[in-house]
Design a protein around this ligand. Structure first.
Ligand SMILES: Cc1cc2nc3c(=O)[nH]c(=O)nc-3n(C[C@H](O)[C@H](O)[C@H](O)COP(=O)(O)O)c2cc1C
Length: 215
């Protein structure tokens, strides 16, 4: 039997590269599992003047924005599965990512995302710095959009080592740098797992937004 084609959108916001690293390996693993992946970085909403007050922010934004297109509403409609990645900012998801979600009103109205698989992953400086909270916070908009929320659970040892039952999660500490290999494994697992479950729904013809014939 031919495997159904799975389309995955990964939308992330990352200021210093941690979430970017998780998003990249999740995308890589999803592609290896046969999915077509669009990797998109939500754009800044702060003014250039305010960004300039934070060391390195503008440089990182330029670097990452040259690599990843901004997410569009068409990306969300195209996808069968969407993974959202965000840092914890005072225990809440990044405004930049939320701003993308907040532009999906027309899609919500048409039920255009209903039945699509959704998941989230996060990063924080400290073990209790909010990575689980922000992952769960993203479940609410996914529910409003009618998505099939997919936690990772402990479906792989990688989630015991470095994830949470909700999704991959990086603790970066005071310094910056690449996430630990265990964290990258958890993100890879989340990418693969999301493709497997999405593929099953596509195969079962349980992807309402794919079957829609008119608005
Ligand atoms: C405005 C702001 C608020 C933050 N609040 C928290 C926090 O409440 N708890 C925490 O552990 N880390 C906090 N951090 C650290 C970020 O979560 C951390 O730098 C981020 O997860 C790294 O991801 P990135 O490299 O993808 O940007 C905050 C960072 C910023 C800029």
């Amino acid at each position: 039997m031919t495997e159904p084609h799975v389309r995955m959108l990964i939308v992330f916001y990352s200021r210093t590269g941690t979430i970017e690293a998780l998003a990249r390996v999740a995308a890589e693993a999803a592609r290896e599992a046969g999915a077509e992946v669009r990797l998109r970085r939500a754009r800044e909403v702060a003014s250039v003047e305010d960004m300039a007050k934070v060391e390195g922010w503008l440089d990182e934004a330029h670097r990452q924005n040259a690599l990843y297109p901004a997410p569009t509403d068409e990306d969300a409609e195209w996808a069968d599965a969407i993974l959202f990645g965000t840092p914890s900012y005072f225990g809440a998801p990044a405004t930049e990512l939320k701003n993308y979600l907040d532009r999906l009103g027309p899609q919500w109205k048409r039920g255009a995302l209903s039945g699509k698989v959704g998941g989230a992953f996060a990063a924080a400086s400290w073990p209790h710095g909010g990575s689980e909270v922000v992952t769960l916070a993203l479940y609410a908009p996914m529910a409003h959009l009618g998505m099939v929320i997919l936690p990772t659970g402990y479906t792989d040892d990688a989630m015991l080592e470095a994830g949470s039952p909700y999704g991959a999660s990086a603790i970066v500490g005071a310094g910056k740098g690449q996430p630990r290999p265990e964290v990258l494994d958890a993100a890879r697992h989340q990418g693969r797992h999301t493709v497997a479950i999405t593929r099953a729904l596509v195969r079962a013809n349980e992807m309402p937004s794919r079957n829609r014939t008119s608005d």
